[in-house]
Write a protein that binds this ligand. Structure first.
Ligand code: ADP
Ligand code: ZN
Length: 627
């Protein structure tokens, strides 16, 4: 569909008779307000369903386009769309972005003073708001419910709906109270949205939010523009620097670490290397966190080093890489975190470095964690799935999506597809290792780690070996054919295949499983993944996940437009992408429109933005042409 052309004459006025009162059809709202030509995937079906008053449960990957699913119906239906979101720190930016589009939006949360609160409440009662963002704890107060009862509500959108899941990593107790919405406003449609996708979570959301009659919309979770790359951890700082310098120079990105200390150390290290890196974790003061987050959103090319406390709801579209330097605890979490890369649809990288130590350490953390056995078993199963992903020989994306119950062909855009790992018959190596462990297990009360085990296999007479007379074991020195690194890889793969466990009672020692016997008895062949010889090769797939270059003329215009955008963004006090996305600027630079009408046809240029910025963009392009 061609967008209706926009001219100043059919601009929505900013008074009370504006957008929502006009009852524009969904596609018209999409084109005029958001500047998009067509809906993506399920968006259209979802939007129509909600406009017609139906409840919906929407599962879409990060960057899939959830916001439009409630923003468009809120503009089409009479009344205000109430958006419930736990992310107070992002509400201001969300409201600013909508305001730039000419949408009348506001928020109610604890950061506001009395007068602001009263103004927003009044605007809502006067029917002057299209969208109102509310924190869940605020919504559940008597004052707020009474306010909502006096106004006109278009819909309730429950964002980050997985926060209602007690098993999940983002549980927010306030979310449990949201089932009252249905009781108090049975006729207002509710749409719950999340990027967390397993069946268990989905069922939990539906039942806890009383979404019994809701239609479920499960989108494809594939994010084809993200290149997955999982490497063996060797010298992780060196590997990280290589990634940042060779593949993502000057790019914005996120680096996830497991501990606060590691966040601080890594950020400091990167700064010393001349990379603009900022730390983010729950141990930093609120102000520091807010400041760092704001710099990440507003400035170009900042690297955020963070624990998983960072990132939910961050809709910065041009995050070019997400790097994990510790193994994540679950595929679910990992997929959400990596999904923060490349929301603009342009090429992006998800990079993960992991090692045996990660597995052992996390297993220990699970064993020591509070909670009952069932809870710990669940954590352990999640970790196992993550490990299996790391050790996979076939397409990473296939395996990731399989975890969410979706099937695809090999993707062609992950390390395993681009540089298929060599598989080798590891049966004999596995037998050697398993029998060494079997012998060590007999020595009750002793604790031997992976290092000692490998020393025995490689016949090293270390003090520890001699002290325990392990040079007398029949397995001593049987493993000289493999390097220490190769043995570590075998060990990890045995863990990943469930042929070994990190023993709970033994506190981090290794133990055999029922399955191990089949290998020891020679009843099965075990194909293993061969690690690339050199770390350098292992970290860099053939081609990097870079943006395609623009032709030189267009590149000049693009640079000029970015310059222009950053000035506007600074003077409005908003992140640059709130003015226009890179993807839109690239499109403008390629098309070189010379009239408002042509400009208005480009994807990402809505009526309000055309009115605000059209002339100055045309001037910018014209000046570029003269030079
Ligand atoms: P989510 O909330 O699901 O993570 P967003 O709603 O932030 O994703 O959308 C991701 C990006 O895709 C945003 O930059 C948004 O502007 C863009 N987008 C969403 N829907 C469309 C569409 N129909 N056409 C073009 N761009 C879209
Ligand atoms: Zn692949």
């Amino acid at each position: 569909m061609r967008k209706p052309s926009a001219s100043a004459a059919d601009l929505p006025s900013r008074d009370a008779s504006s957008l929502s009162a006009n009852h524009l059809a969904a596609s018209e709202v999409l084109a005029r307000v958001f500047g998009y030509e067509s809906f993506r995937g399920d968006q259209h079906a979802i939007v129509e369903h909600v406009i017609n008053g139906g409840d919906a449960l929407v599962l879409m990957p990060t960057g899939g386009g959830k916001s439009l699913c409630y923003q468009v119906p809120a503009l089409v239906r009479p009344g205000t769309g109430i958006v419930i979101s736990p992310l107070i720190a992002l509400m201001q930016d969300q409201v600013d972005a909508l305001t730039e589009l000419g949408v009348r939006a506001a928020f109610l949360n604890s950061t506001q003073d009395w007068q602001d609160t009263k103004d927003v409440e009044q605007a809502f009662l006067n029917g002057e708001l299209d969208l109102l963002y509310v924190a869940p704890e605020r919504l559940l107060t008597e004052r707020c419910t009474q306010l909502l009862e006096r106004g006109n509500i278009a819909l309730f959108a429950i964002d980050e709906a997985h926060c209602v899941s007690q098993w999940g990593h983002d549980f927010r107790p306030e979310y449990l109270g949201l089932s009252v919405l249905h009781e108090r406003w049975p006729n207002v449609p509710r749409i719950a949205l999340t990027a967390t996708a397993t069946d268990v979570t989905r069922r939990e959301i539906a039942s806890r939010l009383s979404l019994d009659d809701a239609q479920h919309f499960v989108a494809s979770f594939d994010r084809p523009n993200i290149r997955y790359n999982i490497v063996e951890k060797q010298d992780v700082r060196k590997q990280l620097l290589q990634l940042l310098r060779q593949e993502h120079k000057g790019d914005a990105g996120i680096i996830y670490c497991l501990s606060r200390n590691k966040v601080d150390d890594t950020a400091e290290f990167l700064c010393a290397q001349g990379i603009e890196a900022l730390p983010y974790h729950a141990g930093l003061g609120t102000q520091v966190r807010a400041h760092n987050q704001s710099r990440f959103l507003r400035e170009d090319g900042i690297v955020m080093v963070a624990t998983i406390a960072f990132g939910m709801g961050i809709d910065k579209p041009d995050v070019r890489f997400v790097a994990h330097i510790d193994m994540p605890k679950s595929i679910e979490g990992y997929y959400q975190e990596t999904g923060r890369a490349g929301r603009d649809g342009l090429p992006a990288t998800a990079w993960l470095a992991y090692g045996l130590q990660d597995v052992v350490q996390q297993r220990r953390m699970i064993d020591e964690s509070a909670g009952d056995d069932a809870f710990r078993r669940r954590l352990a199963a999640q970790l196992d799935a993550m490990l299996a992903l790391c050790e996979a020989i076939a397409c990473r994306r296939q395996r990731l999506l399989q975890y969410f119950g979706q099937r695809i062909a090999p993707c062609g855009n992950c390390d395993n597809c681009l540089q298929p790992p060599v598989a080798w018959d590891g049966t004999v190596a596995a037998q050697k290792m398993l029998s060494a462990i079997y012998r060590l297990m007999k020595e009750r009360g002793q604790r031997y780690g992976a290092g000692h085990l490998i020393d025995i296999l490689r016949g090293k007479s270390t003090p520890r070996v001699l002290e325990n007379e392990h040079q007398k074991l029949t397995v001593f020195g049987v493993g000289l054919d493999l390097t220490e690194q190769a043995w570590r890889s075998v060990l990890r793969q045995l863990l990943a295949h469930g042929l070994l466990v990190v023993d709970q009672e033994g506190y981090g020692t290794l133990a055999l499983t029922e399955e191990s016997r089949t290998v020891l008895k020679g009843e099965r062949t075990l194909m293993l993944r061969r690690e690339a010889e050199r770390s350098a090769k292992a970290t860099t797939p053939k081609s990097k996940a870079a943006l395609p270059d623009l032709p030189s003329g267009a590149q000049r215009i693009f640079e000029a437009l970015r310059q222009w955008r950053s000035e506007i963004a600074r003077s409005h006090g908003v992140p640059a992408y709130v003015i226009f996305h890179d993807a839109t600027l690239r499109e403008i630079a390629m098309a070189r429109p010379d009239s408002l009408e042509d400009l208005g046809h480009l994807n990402g240029v809505g009526v309000k933005k055309l009115e605000s910025y059209g002339e100055s963009i045309l001037t910018c392009i014209a000046e570029c042409a003269e030079r």
